[in-house]
Design a protein around this ligand. Structure first.
Ligand code: NAD
Ligand code: DAU
Length: 351
């Protein structure tokens, strides 16, 4: 079996659901259930003995050691993290504790478990660390996209904490020989994404008739990847990646934020026959806002034969439809904590 951390979050839940449609290999899912973790995302697995959910923190080394001893997983897929840049600007501490200290504790416990394995089992073991393109910093408009050897230049507390965790994973391979893999991926979108991130926030705000807050001039560029494509890339890296290597994962879909929001409005106009563009509102910029990210995903294509399946046009249509069809999910994640975050954060941006 495999052990997934953060499997109740956005990418983690998609990964677990996807894994169990592709394979009969069981998944232990270790998740702290922070505001971003939601067991409803995994409701379709109720009664499925292949999914073992464990409520816990990656900082809890004793719990992890017990789990490893009990279940003897052949691989760890490490997704658990604090993931929202704006929250890291408001309160970096939790990002340091989970993304850096938590990754260190998980790595160290896994290393001790791996050391006790023998022969082929030890050789075949993998620790796959899921990271982000934000560790590379910001690109100018015409600069070439990030390759795996691009200099690390993180600019936010979130990206700095992810960069630190990448370096720890690298060190555990280099020093102790732990068979690690690192993936650095661009912006994901799709079902179950918490509506604090750009795409789901714009969809749920539009449906509620609320303004669509665009930071700064809206010309910041991100590369967008449909979440199921990210899941298939992770599976492929786990299956065929070379230990010690890093693989950049991207969608070949660079777009300015304002274009993303116009596309969402167009789709909602079509599906709901109303004018959503009028809700667009330019607000104060994010401090230290990275101007452009772009992923050069040729290595994973060349070495592992992986390419994304969805175009932005097909993926965003599926995503908008998913949010329209799952308004009960949206309502249930918009709890007191969510409302508090939206109020305090966007009050600052509007000024
Ligand atoms: P998310 O915030 O939706 O989910 C994070 C999950 O981790 C939640 O279920 C949460 O409960 C859990 N978690 C948090 N702290 C924990 C802890 N201390 N112990 C155990 N579980 C804990 O995040 P996401 O968007 O699904 O991102 C998953 C991973 O992918 C992160 O490592 C993130 O850095 C990386 N990533 C995300 C994107 C993206 O666009 N969302 C892109 C590239 C990489
Ligand atoms: O690049 C990968 C990263 O993508 C992941 O590592 C992070 O976990 C994930 O959150 C995401 O980070 P971003 O900061 O790029 O995503 P976010 O959805 O917060 O913002 C996308 C862009 O949209 C960014 O330029 C900021 C802008 N934005 C965001 C929000 C929430 C707005 O203009 N208005 C908003 O209200």
């Amino acid at each position: 079996m495999i052990l997934v951390t953060g499997g109740a979050g956005f990418i983690g839940a998609n990964f677990v659901l996807d894994w169990l449609t592709q394979s009969d290999e069981s998944v232990i899912n270790l998740d702290k259930l922070t505001y971003a973790g939601n067991l409803q995302n995994l409701a379709s697995l109720e009664g499925d003995s292949r999914h073992i959910f464990v409520h816990g923190d990656i900082n809890d080394q004793q719990k992890i050691a017990t789990l490893l001893r009990e279940y003897q997983p052949r691989a760890i897929i490490h997704l658990a993290a604090e993931s929202h840049v704006d929250r890291s600007i408001h309160g970096p501490e939790e990002f340091i504790q989970t993304n850096i200290v938590g990754t260190f504790r998980l790595l160290d416990t896994v290393y001790r478990y791996w050391k006790e394995q023998e022969g082929k089992t030890q050789q075949a073991f993998r620790f796959l660390h899921v990271s982000t393109d934000e560790v590379y910093g910001s690109l100018s408009k015409d600069a070439p996209a990030f390759t795996e050897v691009h200099r690390y230049q993180p600019n936010s507390p979130y990206s700095a904490s992810k960069a630190s965790s990448d370096q720890l994973v690298r060190a555990y391979h280099h020093t102790y020989g732990l068979p690690t893999l690192i993936t650095n991926c661009s912006n994901n979108y799709g079902a179950f994404q918490f509506p604090e991130k750009l795409i789901p926030l714009m969809i749920v705000n539009a449906l509620a008739g609320k303004s669509l807050p665009i930071y700064g001039d809206g010309q910041q560029i991100r590369d967008w990847l449909y979440v199921k494509d990210h899941c298939s890339a992770i599976r492929r890296v786990l299956e065929a990646g070379t230990p010690g290597e890093t693989y950049n994962i991207g969608g070949w879909n660079e777009k300015p934020n304002i274009e993303i929001v116009h596309t969402i409005c167009n789709l909602l106009n079509e599906l709901r026959s109303a004018d959503y563009h009028k809700l667009i509102k330019y607000v104060a910029d994010r401090p230290g806002h990275d101007r452009r990210y772009a992923i050069d995903a040729r290595k994973i294509e060349r070495d592992l034969g992986w390419r994304p399946v969805e175009t932005f046009e097909t993926g965003i249509r599926k995503t908008v439809k998913w949010y329209l069809d799952h308004q009960d999910w949206v309502a249930s994640v918009q709890s007191g904590e969510y409302r508090k975050w939206i109020e305090t954060h966007y009050q600052e941006h509007v000024g």
